[in-house]
Design a protein. Structure first.
Length: 84
């Protein structure tokens, strides 16, 4: 929860774009459901600076994959992009 809150409050004046990093596991609360476990974020630079637009480049998305892999090695857990 702390990673999501930190990400959400980066700026008050404009929307940001970022990725949520972690894994998907079977729910501990409801059988047949899944939960996203998040232990990292990656804030991305906006390619369009208008306040009502949040667009990023495809290059930034592809750069996030090795970032997630490195984060996973540091935590000793498989890490994937699980949301934005």
């Amino acid at each position: 929860a702390q990673a999501c809150l930190s990400h959400a409050y980066i700026t008050e004046k404009e929307e940001i774009m970022g990725l949520l990093l972690g894994c998907i596991k079977p729910s501990t609360q409801e059988e047949g459901k899944q939960e996203a476990w998040i232990w990292g974020t990656k804030t991305l630079k906006r390619s369009d600076k208008r306040k009502d637009r949040v667009e990023i480049s495809p290059e930034q998305l592809s750069e996030a994959i090795p970032y997630a892999e490195t984060l996973g090695k540091n935590f000793g857990k498989e890490t994937r992009i699980v949301g934005w």
